[in-house]
Ligand binder design. Structure first.
Ligand SMILES: Nc1ncnc2c1ncn2[C@@H]1O[C@H](COP(=O)(O)OP(=O)(O)OP(=O)(O)O)[C@@H](O)[C@H]1O
Ligand SMILES: [Mg+2]
Length: 244
């Protein structure tokens, strides 16, 4: 890996237990600034749990998560929420217009988003101005996901966390969202961590890939490792996914 890369997030021996059950075990590694890192692995591997560690939604039982080399526990929750955006598989859409949905992060801070600004975010997420006053709940799955991406960039986050945001979408919408992720990363230099079950997607979109199994980080490196790995577990996982 390129030694000049800076860590946007660093995990230092992170463990997470619930009721004495180990969910994450001894995870160490860096998520590099301005890059796209994909988390991949079987269901139950701990991917979403690790993602939630990145914005302080959950805290490690032992070990530490650092953002810009500062312990996440010491960072103001409001700053964390502003600097680190998150989009989930079934993004919650509030009742009301697309505009109201996009403006939500500002509304929560008693700030006002102008129509002009909202249109810029909407366009950045691949929807044009005609969507602004449409009822958000009437939109298609792909369009709703674009609205939630637009909403997640309103605070101009440094880091975006995306949890399986394409898995409920058809291939065309899924491809559009992939392109959107790359565009946001390229143009706004946002560090992106995203979870997908799709190895082809990981290779197309991610600069780096982390492969997780049973709560452990099995292998990490540039996304090409999915083809070149010598790790038997990873090979088996890749073969199983391809054969589906
Ligand atoms: N709060 C909790 N209480 C009990 N078990 C939990 C809790 N959070 C996560 N788990 C368990 O930890 C494991 C990892 O969960 P996680 O959601 O991180 O997996 P994942 O890799 O995201 O899976 P998927 O691909 O299905 O989304 C699972 O076995 C899950 O049941
Ligand atoms: Mg998950």
């Amino acid at each position: 890996m390129n030694q000049t890369n800076t860590a946007a997030i660093r995990f230092d021996k992170v463990c997470y237990e619930v009721d004495q059950m180990s969910i994450l075990y001894n995870i160490s590694g860096s998520i590099y600034e301005e890059k796209i890192t994909t988390l991949i692995g079987p269901s139950g591997a701990g991917k979403s749990t690790l993602l939630k560690m990145c914005n302080g939604l959950i805290s490690p039982t032992s070990g530490e998560t650092l953002v810009d080399e500062e312990s996440i526990d010491l960072i103001e929750p409001t700053k964390l929420r502003k600097d680190i955006g998150i989009v989930l598989q079934n993004a919650p859409i509030i009742r009301g217009t697309v505009f109201e949905n996009i403006a939500l992060p500002f509304t929560l801070q008693q700030k006002k988003l102008t129509e002009k600004e909202a249109i810029l975010f909407l366009e950045a997420a691949g929807l044009d101005h005609t969507f602004l006053y449409r009822r958000a709940e009437d939109l298609s799955g792909g369009q709703k996901q674009k609205v939630s991406i637009a909403r997640s960039i309103v605070n101009k986050p440094k880091i975006l966390l995306l949890d399986e945001i394409t898995s409920a979408l058809d291939p065309t919408s899924s491809h559009e969202i992939e392109q959107l992720i790359s565009k946001i990363n390229r143009e706004s230099k946002v560090t992106i961590i995203w979870i997908t079950h799709n190895i082809e997607q990981a290779k197309r979109v991610g600069d780096y890939t982390w492969i997780m199994m049973d709560g452990q980080l099995i292998e990490s490196g540039e996304s090409g490792l999915l083809d070149t790995t010598r790790n038997e577990q990873v090979k088996q996982f890749a073969n199983r996914v391809y054969k589906k």
